[in-house]
Design a protein. Structure first.
Length: 248
C-alpha cells in the first residue's frame, strides 16, 4: 500500500480494470492515491467507437496523471492515454500483464459464458459469430439473440418461474454482452496517435517484454515489488509527488 506523505499528484490516475469475480488481484490493491476506475460501472454493450466515447465521458475534467490498465484493457488504455496528459500530451501508461485481444479472445469469452450455463455451442453458431467479429455491431446483435435463447433455456431448465425468466434473461445477457463489448472494443482499438512513457509489468509466465515480477499472475497486483515499481515510475514522471511506501 501507499500512504501519503503529501497530497500532491499531477491529475487523477485513470484505471481500466474490468470488474467481476476473478482470482487475480485488482489494481485497487496497489493503494494508489487519486485513482479513478473508469470501469467501476462498465459502459453498456456498444460498438467500439461508442464504447471508447463512453469510457472517455467518465473521465474527470482536466489532464490525467497517468493511465493504468490490467490485461485485456491495455489497448483501450493506450488510446485514452494518447491525449490525456497535461497540454494534450500523452499521459504515462502502466500496463499489467497486457496481452493482445484477438478475434479468438472474443470467441473464447463467448464460449466461456455458454460453458457457465452448461451449454456447448453448435459449431455453426461459432462460425457465424466468428464471421461477425470484423463488424462489431452485427456481432453484438447476433450474440445478444443467441445468448438470450441460451440463457432463457438454461433458466427454464433450472426451474425458474415463468415470470422471472424474462427479467433474469435480460440481466444475465446484458452482463455477458458488456464483457464481450469490452473485448471487441479492445480488439478494434486503433493504434494511439501518440504514446508517452510506458511501463509494462508482467507476472512470471505471461509472454511479452517488460519488467517481470517473478510471481503468479494471481498475485501480481498485490506483490510489493509491483507496487514499488509503479510508485517509482509514476513519481519519476510527475504523476505522484510526495508519497512514500507505507510501513509493513
Amino acid at each position: 500500500m501507499v500512504s501519503p506523505a503529501g497530497s500532491g499528484h499531477d491529475g487523477p490516475l485513470l484505471v481500466l480494470d474490468y470488474p467481476g469475480e476473478r482470482p487475480e488481484a485488482r489494481v485497487s490493491e496497489l493503494g494508489l492515491p487519486g485513482a479513478r476506475d473508469l470501469l467501476a460501472v462498465p459502459p453498456p454493450p456498444l460498438p467500439p467507437g461508442r464504447y471508447l466515447a463512453a469510457l472517455s465521458a467518465g473521465r474527470p475534467p482536466g489532464s490525467a496523471g497517468a493511465v493504468l490498465a490490467y490485461c485485456a484493457s491495455a489497448p483501450l488504455a493506450a488510446v485514452l492515454a494518447a491525449g490525456a496528459g497535461r497540454g494534450g500530451r500523452a499521459a504515462p501508461l502502466v500496463l499489467f500483464d497486457a496481452e493482445p485481444v484477438t478475434a479468438a479472445t472474443v470467441l473464447a469469452a463467448y464460449g466461456a459464458t455458454l460453458a457457465q450455463l452448461g451449454v456447448r455451442p453448435d459449431p455453426r453458431e461459432v462460425r457465424h459469430l466468428a464471421a461477425q467479429v470484423p463488424d462489431p455491431g452485427a456481432f453484438l446483435s447476433a450474440a445478444r439473440a443467441r445468448l438470450s435463447d441460451h440463457v432463457g433455456a438454461a433458466l427454464r431448465a433450472d426451474g425458474a418461474a415463468t415470470g422471472e425468466v424474462d427479467d433474469l434473461t435480460s440481466a444475465v445477457t446484458d452482463s455477458a454482452l458488456r464483457w464481450l463489448a469490452h473485448l471487441l472494443a479492445a480488439h478494434h482499438a486503433p493504434p494511439p496517435d501518440r504514446t508517452g512513457p510506458t511501463l509494462r509489468i508482467l507476472s512470471a509466465h505471461t509472454p511479452g517484454d517488460g519488467l517481470r515480477v517473478m510471481c503468479d499472475r494471481t498475485d501480481l497486483l498485490r506483490d510489493p515489488r509491483t507496487a514499488e515499481a509503479v510508485v517509482s515510475f509514476l513519481t519519476a514522471h510527475g504523476a505522484l509527488t510526495g508519497h512514500e511506501r507505507a510501513p509493513a
